[in-house]
Design a protein around this ligand. Structure first.
Ligand code: S3P
Length: 426
């Protein structure tokens, strides 16, 4: 439980956000699959990434940390061992789905469990394609626990995504890669592409034909060095905070700006946000410093192809919309219903408690602005969902009441230093 800071004088300063979560998971997994020792700089230290580290250790991979560098002693794709007992993935959907693909392709037998939230999340989206390509995974009607049985996959794999999910895409790619199959995955949704971008750094050939990704058969991964950029999903809180809080100017340093992740910048600029992007030197994915200044936003429609590129940022975009003139409509985002919480429900319930005017729809929201958020004492809850807790903490900045966040602990999932950074700018 935490009383959230409110401010009237404006937010100023520079911030550095922790490493990208999606990239951190993948660097660890590919390091584990490689021959040799992979060195990862600026990895995210958070509960979700710890779930991946512990799962990889359970299949025999050595991972250590010295002088800010994480070292993964790879075992090669064929030498991972069966874990002794169930692997607990905690809250992490990415660990669960990607590693289920990897373990299936690597011919392991493993049982995967997770926390209450993860246990409600749909897994048929991975068990179905993995079983179509020869895997055997027993689930509780599409939910955890998952029992991965030893299985030999087809030598040639063709899959087309039916849901715009990079987790599903990556699960199939990793299964095929681990099994040595000739693997084709079609992603018409253009979901985040960190898997395809990073594999060539490990020496893997990846080809493209239109929206189809092809990983040719029988490839080995070679250890490499990875530098993880700052997470744009974490920077998103400061981007919106700087735009909606009067008298503010914030710079967020070294943020990853992979185009499959920057939908939030596109929509906030379209809403009238004063946002400057200054590209920075990098050895990995593109990175930039992002400066935001207080702006009067206006409502727009956010729907269609852009949704996968801002899916995790929709809670904080919804907050921005409450402070924009006019109406914002967010549609085609039914994936929000199956995130760490049903984010269509948790965003509307909690922001409406604060006086927002948000109507939830089946696949998004209708948000009327500009509203003054309430000023008296109130308890809000992220319902154990890190992104809801952080969004509510930013909402408190544009109230001057007493806002108590009941579950501040959940920020440990993706951004353990969130409140330290918040205190540094208010
Ligand atoms: C992720 C993909 C997204 C995102 C999640 C991380 C990834 O999920 O919401 O936080 O690292 O691949 P989906 O791909 O299922 O949409």
């Amino acid at each position: 439980m935490k009383q959230l800071p409110t401010t009237t004088t404006g937010l100023t300063g520079n911030l550095t956000v922790p490493g990208d979560k999606s990239i951190s998971h993948r660097a660890l997994m590919f390091g584990a699959m490689a021959n040799g020792t992979t060195k990862i700089a600026k990895i995210l230290h958070s509960d979700d990434v710890t779930s991946t580290i512990n799962a990889l250790k359970a299949v025999g991979v050595k991972i250590s940390e010295a002088n800010g560098i994480t070292e993964v002693v790879g075992k090669g794709v064929n030498n991972l061992n069966d874990p002794w007992g169930p692997i607990n993935m905690g809250n992490s959907g990415t660990s669960t789905r990607l590693l289920t693909g990897l373990f299936t392709g690597a011919n392991l037998a493993a049982t995967i469990v997770g926390d209450a939230s993860l246990s409600t999340r749909p897994m048929k989206r991975i068990t179905r394609p993995l079983s179509e390509i020869g895997g055997t995974i027993i689930s509780d009607d599409g939910h955890l626990p998952l029992q991965i049985k030893k299985s030999l996959l087809l030598p040639v794999i063709h899959q087309k995504l039916t849901v715009g999910s990079a987790q599903v895409k990556s699960a199939i790619l990793l299964a095929g890669l681990a099994a040595g199959a000739d693997t084709y995955v079609t992603d018409n949704f253009h979901s985040r592409n960190h898997t395809e971008q990073m594999l060539p750094k490990f020496g893997v050939e990846v080809d493209y034909k239109n929206d189809t990704i092809h990983i040719p058969a029988h490839q080995e991964l070679q250890a490499t060095e990875i530098e993880v950029p700052g997470d744009i999903s974490s920077a998103a809180y400061w981007i919106v905070a700087g735009l909606i809080t009067p008298n503010s100017e914030l710079t967020i340093k070294n943020v990853g700006i992979n185009p499959t992740r920057t939908g939030i910048i596109t929509v906030l600029k379209k809403m009238g946000g004063n946002i400057t992007i200054v590209p920075q030197e990098t050895v990995g994915e593109p990175m930039a410093d992002i400066t935001v200044k207080t702006s009067q936003l206006h409502g727009i429609k956010i729907a269609g192809q852009i949704i996968p590129s801002l899916i995790d940022e929709i809670p904080i975009i919804a907050l921005a919309a409450t402070q924009a003139d006019g109406q914002t409509v967010i549609a085609d985002a039914s994936e929000l219903r199956v995130k760490e919480t049903d984010r269509i429900k948790t965003v509307s319930d909690e922001l409406n408690k604060l006086g927002a005017k948000i109507v939830p729809t089946t696949d998004g929201f209708i948000i009327d602005g500009k509203v003054s958020l309430r000023t008296d004492k109130i308890h809000v809850s992220g319902h154990t969902d890190h992104r809801i807790a952080m969004m509510l903490s930013i909402a408190a900045l544009v109230t001057n009441g007493t806002i108590i966040l009941d579950d501040d602990e959940s920020v440990k999932i993706s951004y353990p230093t969130f409140f330290n950074n918040l205190e540094g700018i208010v």
